[in-house]
Structure formats: C-alpha cells, structure tokens
Design a protein around this ligand. Structure first.
Ligand SMILES: [Zn+2]
Ligand SMILES: [Zn+2]
Length: 369
C-alpha cells in the first residue's frame, strides 16, 4: 500500500528554512552616552521615590541609595510592593537619572566564620538583589566582608560562594554586582586590588564589576594624590581587576592620612586627598566616561553633611572639577539640602550636648560607606 502520508509530505522549499531573527542590539541606556554621570548617595527616608527627587534637586544626573535600612537586619516586608517599585521606575525615567546604584546593607558579612551570621548574610544579600532588580537598578555595590579571624583566602572563597548562592536561580535583568574596595579597617577584605580580583575570578558566572572608592583607596595606602601615584595606582587596577570593570567611582576625600586603614570621608577638597588631586582623578582620560574610559561610569559622592547644603555644594564641586559650568549641569534647586537647618533642639539633645561639652567630647560625625 502506498504511504498515505507521502502525498501530503511538504516539498522542501529553501525559503521555508527557519532563520532565527537576529537579536536586536539593545539600545544602550541614555546614561551611557559618554557624558559625565555625577550623583550623590541620597536618603530614602520617608519614601523611596523621594530619593530620586532629592538627587535631581541636588543637581545630580545619577544617584546611589540604600533599598532598606542599612544598619538593621530586615524583618518581614523586605520586598518592595510592585506598585511602589513601578512608581519608582517611572519617576526615575521622568528625571532621566542614571545609572542607579544601590548600596548593600552594612551588616552583611558573607565571609563570617559564624554559620548563623553567614546564612543570614546570604539571605540578606539575596533580598538586596531582589530589591535592586525590582527598582530597575544598574549596579549593586557590595562590601566584600570581614575575615573575623579566618584566613583571607578562605574569606574570599566564602564571599564568592555566598554571592553565587544568593543569586542562584535569579534573573538579574541587567543588574551588575560591584565589589567595593575597602580601607582595610579591622579584618576587612578588599583593601588590595588583588583581593577584589580573586573575588571576580571565583564568580565568573555572575555579572560582576568593581566600585572604587577614592577615600578607601588612599586610606588603604595607594597614593592617588600625585600624578605618578595616580598613574601607578591605575596601572595596578588595570593589572588586577581591569579598568573596564570599574563601573562606579565613589568620590570622597579622606579625613585620615595615606595608609591609615581608617575609613572617614570628607568634603571634596577639604581632606588629605585635596582638590588638585581630585581634578586629576576626575579628568583622567582612563577614568572619565568617554571613549578612553567607560561610557556611563558614574562618580558618586558619599560625603558628610555637616551643614545644610553641603550635599549640594559637593555635587557642584565635582561638576566644577570636570569643567561643566552652572548652565550646562543639571539644575539644582537653590538652597535645597537633604539636611534641614536644626530648628529647636529637643530637651534631650540639649542635655546630651551639655554633657558632652562638659566632658569635651563633642566629635565630628563619622561618615563611612
Ligand atoms: Zn564608598
Ligand atoms: Zn561602601
């Protein structure tokens, strides 16, 4: 019997052959257009979407935020409601702010030798990733962690493994994890660029990069205050992690001297790094956002706010240093600040102040990030 199917067997036609559509080249985001992206760490107190307004009013075109309280272990409700996240994403595109950098919680220590602390850290880091993705963040900056008695190589392996475990099964939707260099305070990992490189080498299955903090770099002993020192430091960055993986620079002056291993941020130009050095750093062709550098590389301030307006003035100082005048820079709201002038002191604060004044222990506020 003739095969009944034979008659309806389709003839081979070369034009029928399945050709997959070429992947459309995704449009690079507007913030990667080669312009300077300058921002500041902005408070989310009250309403997370308000952080975007704050950044814009301070004259930034990029920003960094925490996605939850940075000094508390999140308890329940750590995920953002989708409606809030959608509102945040929409407002961000209205302002045209980018990149959006999220900084992780300070309590996370993926290297902790304490098993409970480490498990908690992995869970919290997973939650950081989830929140960053839902906000549409471009980068999640993470402190590597602290050895607390264990060997550094062991700590590095635990950090990498912890990050991979936290990201397991997740769709990161373009989010990149940036490990931040540290001043080397206590047993902190990441004061040497080789340590960051070791973390990157052990996380090749994740989208990774580096955040370089100028204050931490200097405090860890890399002298970026001279032309030769900066060149030598950049050579070391290139030799270890590679400059093309440094997506964000934290631009902070340092209260403490070269190699102090003590992390204290200062206003741009008022610390031990100084204005001249920042001029060289910000305008270095390899560090800029242009073709020789990395399009979209952001300069983010984490400077103290000792007086209302310090935040706006530090943003302005960076625009000045890169030669963008008042007319060209994003317009700041005159007089705006994240910190308001203190009006009436509460009786408790006044009492505390009096006690401190008596003891002579009134200290400047510490800032580290
Ligand atoms: Zn930093
Ligand atoms: Zn940090």
């Amino acid at each position: 019997m003739a095969n009944p199917l034979k008659s309806i067997e389709p003839a081979y036609d070369v034009s029928d052959e399945y050709r997959p559509e070429p992947e459309p080249n995704p449009e690079p985001p507007a913030w990667q257009d080669g312009s300077f992206r300058i921002g500041i760490h902005t408070s989310i107190a009250g309403d997370i979407t308000g952080a975007l307004d704050t950044a814009a009013k301070l004259g930034s075109n990029a920003l960094q935020i925490f996605s939850a309280s940075p000094r508390m272990w999140p308890r329940g409700g750590i995920r953002l409601a989708e409606a809030d996240a959608a509102r945040f994403r929409a407002r961000r595109s209205e302002w045209g702010l980018g990149p959006l950098v999220v900084h992780d919680n300070y309590l996370i220590n993926l290297a902790s030798p304490d098993r409970v602390m480490r498990a908690r850290s992995i869970q919290a880091f997973h939650d950081e990733l989830v929140r960053a993705v839902s906000l549409g963040a471009d980068f999640l900056v993470a402190h590597p962690g602290a050895c607390l008695g264990s060997e550094k190589s062991q700590a590095i392996a635990e950090i990498a493994q912890g990050m991979r475990q936290a990201a397991r099964g997740m769709k990161l939707s373009g989010l990149r994890i940036l490990v931040e260099n540290t001043s080397g305070m206590g047993s902190a990992v990441g004061a040497r660029f080789e340590e960051l490189r070791a973390i990157l080498d052990a996380t090749t299955d994740l989208p990774m990069g580096v955040c370089l903090d100028t204050a931490h770099t200097f405090e860890a002993g890399y002298d970026i205050t001279t032309e030769e020192g900066l060149a030598r430091t950049l050579d070391e960055v290139e030799r270890t992690v590679g400059l093309d993986r440094v997506c964000v620079l934290h631009v902070n002056d340092s209260k403490t001297p070269l190699g102090s291993r003590v992390d204290r941020h200062e206003h741009i130009g008022y610390g031990k790094i100084g204005l001249k050095a920042f001029g060289r750093i910000l305008n270095h062709p390899q560090l800029g956002p242009g073709l020789q550098g990395l399009p979209g590389r952001a300069f983010i301030l984490e400077t103290p706010i000792d007086r209302p307006g310090d935040d706006r003035r530090n943003v302005r100082a960076v625009w000045d240093l890169v030669g963008v005048d008042l007319k060209q820079a994003p317009k700041a709201d005159a007089g705006f600040s994240m910190v308001r002038k203190k009006t009436k002191s509460s009786p408790r604060r006044t009492r505390r102040k009096k006690e401190k004044a008596k003891k002579g222990t009134v200290k400047a506020r510490k800032t580290k990030r």
